[in-house]
Design a protein around this ligand. Structure first.
Ligand SMILES: [Mg+2]
Length: 338
């Protein structure tokens, strides 16, 4: 059955039923089905939104609908994680071609509900429009953590100080490597290819690490979505600082090294869509975050005084390396994708 046969209101009823079955938070007063959703809120609220467009951000040839639904929510969870916050309610706006299969929309919603369950959020409303291209927009609302006096514990791009250690969670470049394999590059073992493709299709932002870091006293963070050096550049500019990054300390997975021995560093520095966290804080604060974390956290450099907000990438011998690869710019496109 096509969505045009079911119609807008039939599809909304179908989505509402699936969301109701998945459960609703106790703070929700009115969910899907009225003119607006309503819920009880307290403290400092967070809101973020992200749009995925077919042909620009994904291709339905390579991305299963279920993964598209999972990622549509998790890319937004990543932004809330970067603030150290708690995600709560999501709005889903879908632009669909009339000949889209209802079964595909069911899969998309199933993936999004899986992510909602994993990250304790609920879909409370949205919009459906007809369009030639598939487009998925998720708006995610959350709240900031607060200390015992009720002061919010936000991590921001502008919170870094000179001398702060710079740390990143997980491994970088896997998602970009996975995309190259999905686009047809045949390289490395089947095991490495499967691992890298999974990293591209199924983002797992470390939400709990963001919250723990905020509690431990980290005040500067960003999620690595457009490439390490580009996102670190945003922290440098917002904080009025520069940074030094030691290339050999950037966490690169064995799978990425195996599949892309020449390009691994470039993919890790500028590939993008990693959805890991970059934290900047005094070295002892980063150490206590590392001690409590259940995922690898690598210290890759330090924030430095620099009026031009430069990032210096250093080789093991201390020599400066040219910046490998450009990060993702939504209006320009990344160099390696052109
Ligand atoms: Mg972000």
């Amino acid at each position: 059955m096509k969505v045009s046969e079911l119609g807008e209101f039939g599809l909304i009823a179908r989505l509402a039923e699936a969301c109701a079955k998945a459960g609703q938070p106790s703070s929700l007063v009115i969910g899907i089905g009225d003119d607006a959703a309503a819920w009880r809120a307290s403290g400092v609220q967070l809101v973020t939104t992200d749009t995925l467009i077919e042909g620009t951000h994904f291709s339905l040839t390579h991305v299963p609908w279920r993964d598209l639904g999972w990622n549509a929510l998790t890319v937004n969870v990543s932004d809330i994680a970067a603030m150290g916050g708690i995600p709560e309610q999501a709005l889903l706006t879908l632009a669909l071609a009339p000949d889209t299969e209802v079964a595909d929309v069911d899969e998309l919603l199933a993936g999004m509900l899986e992510a909602s369950s994993e990250y304790s959020t609920a879909i409370v409303g949205g919009d459906i429009v007809g369009c030639d291209t598939t487009m998925v927009t998720v708006t995610l609302i959350g709240r900031a953590l607060a200390d015992e006096r009720g002061e919010s514990l936000l991590m921001t791009r502008s919170g870094a100080q000179a001398g702060d250690a710079i740390a990143v969670t997980g491994h970088l470049g896997d998602s970009a490597g996975g995309l190259r394999i999905l686009l047809g590059e045949s390289t490395g073992s089947a095991g490495a290819a499967a691992y890298l493709k999974r990293a591209h299709l199924h983002h797992r932002p470390p939400l709990a690490i963001g919250q723990m870091a905020a509690r431990e006293g980290v005040r500067a963070a960003i999620d690595v979505s457009d490439g390490l050096l580009q996102d670190l550049g945003h922290v440098c500019e917002a904080s009025g600082l520069g940074a030094i990054v030691h290339a050999q300390k950037i966490p690169i997975s064995p799978a990425l090294r195996e599949a892309f021995p020449k390009d691994a560093l470039s993919l890790a520095c500028g590939g993008g869509e990693d959805y890991e966290l970059l934290l900047a804080a005094p070295p002892e604060v980063i150490e206590s975050v590392r001690d409590k974390a259940d995922v690898p956290i690598a210290v890759i450099g330090e924030m430095a005084t620099d009026r031009q907000h430069r990032i210096r990438l250093l080789a093991e011998d201390g020599g400066e390396l040219p910046p490998p690869g450009a990060g993702w710019d939504h209006l320009r496109g990344a160099a390696w994708r052109r």
